[in-house]
Design a protein around this ligand. Structure first.
Ligand code: 13P
Ligand code: SF4
Length: 351
């Protein structure tokens, strides 16, 4: 289990704790500066009765110093739903902060950067979902949480990478529309034994073939799209005993060539609970650093330096400014919020 120092308000004590974990990853002068900023954030957080939720992709110094809770999308949505604090600061991307707001309409939810988007969330609009519903009447719509509130509002139920298969199975439907991640949909289709078509990529499939049980959309995560089967072949040649973990936003071919695929929380647990000599994570690079810091006895291979440009927007400076100026507040029109919250709550009820 990962422990953070989100209650620490002494810069000196925070610096020493961070140094013990992150000396190999963050230069000393930077660590001192970051410890000071983090201590100020933690003091202000207490004063303003705020909670900080941090996604597993946050950079190591921020990840270990200010969040009260760290986790994957589902875990943090649950933490948001359960908090009794007045203010929620989301150190993650916009769709995550929106999910927190959907579940907490009366609380203030802050996202430290206005630029923290997501290529998946940007790949689909509410009108696209309405058009699919017109094309496939009566077919239930499952929407990945990596979407904006207006898209969630057009959906029957949401899912995350950790419960996508369970959500699809829970519908007991012959056919489901699964949006917008092409690769996650492909991986879920494979696991549930469903044939998937992508009508907007190839409209002939929808009219020619009756043999499909899933309808997908060509959205992709710009980070996970970069990993290839060749990367895996090359790394296995160099390190035959490596265990490779791939996020299900990677292509089905990459997932098939890996040893394990699951949400970011499940990947962290897998490394904690297994005893391989070395691991390679096919996901956002900061998470590899965060796992390495918590598991000094295990070797984490670094294949790349692929950072999510959106998660990367969240810094200690901006989080401090966010708390001081109460910016950037997430607002969702009430008619959209009510419908989107229903889709998220249905998902949370499933697990
Ligand atoms: P998790 O829900 O597995 O943390 O994934 C979120 C995400 O954005 C992955 O790119
Ligand atoms: Fe979106 Fe990909 Fe970044 Fe996750 S890693 S927030 S899916 S762009």
């Amino acid at each position: 289990m990962i422990t953070t120092f989100g209650t620490e308000t002494s810069a000196d004590s925070l610096y020493h704790k961070l140094k013990e974990m992150l000396a190999d990853v963050v230069p000393d002068f930077e660590l001192r500066l970051k410890a000071e900023q983090a201590a100020e954030i933690n003091a202000l957080k207490r004063e303003k009765n705020a909670v900080i939720l941090g996604h597993n992709y946050m950079e190591p110094a921020l990840f270990y110093s200010i969040p009260d809770f760290v986790g994957d999308s589902l875990d943090l949505a649950r933490k948001a739903a359960a908090t009794d604090k007045d203010i929620i600061i989301f150190c993650g991307v916009r769709f995550m902060a929106e999910t927190a707001k959907l579940l907490n309409p009366s609380k203030m939810v802050l996202l430290p950067s206005e630029k923290a988007g997501c290529s998946l969330a940007a790949s689909i609009t509410a009108e696209d979902v309405r058009e699919l519903r017109r094309q496939f009447p009566g077919v239930p719509v499952v929407t990945y949480v990596n979407t904006y509130a207006d898209v969630k509002a057009e959906s029957d139920i949401c899912c995350t990478s950790s419960n996508a298969v369970a959500v699809v199975n829970s519908l007991n439907a012959d056919t489901v529309i699964f949006l917008p991640d092409e690769f996650l949909a492909g991986n879920v289709a494979k696991e549930t034994g469903r044939h998937i078509i992508f009508p907007t990529k190839d409209p002939r499939h929808a009219s020619d073939s009756l043999d499909y049980q899933m309808i997908g959309w060509p959205g992709r995560c710009e980070v996970h799209d970069k990993f290839t089967v060749e990367d895996i072949i090359n790394i296995r040649k160099q390190f035959p005993d490596v265990v490779i973990l791939a996020h299900p936003e990677c292509s089905p071919e990459v997932v098939a060539a890996s040893d394990y695929s699951a949400s970011t929380n499940a990947m962290i647990r897998y490394v904690e609970q297994t005893k391989a000599p070395r691991y390679l994570l096919l996901t956002e690079c900061s998470m590899g650093e965060n796992i390495a810091a918590a598991n000094p006895d295990k070797e984490m291979l670094r294949l790349c330096s692929i950072r999510c440009p959106h998660m990367n927007q969240i810094t200690l400076e901006d989080t401090l400014a966010s708390l001081q100026k109460l910016q950037y507040q997430i607002e969702i029109p009430e008619d959209i919020r009510v419908r989107a919250a229903r889709a998220v709550e249905r998902m949370i009820a499933i697990g």
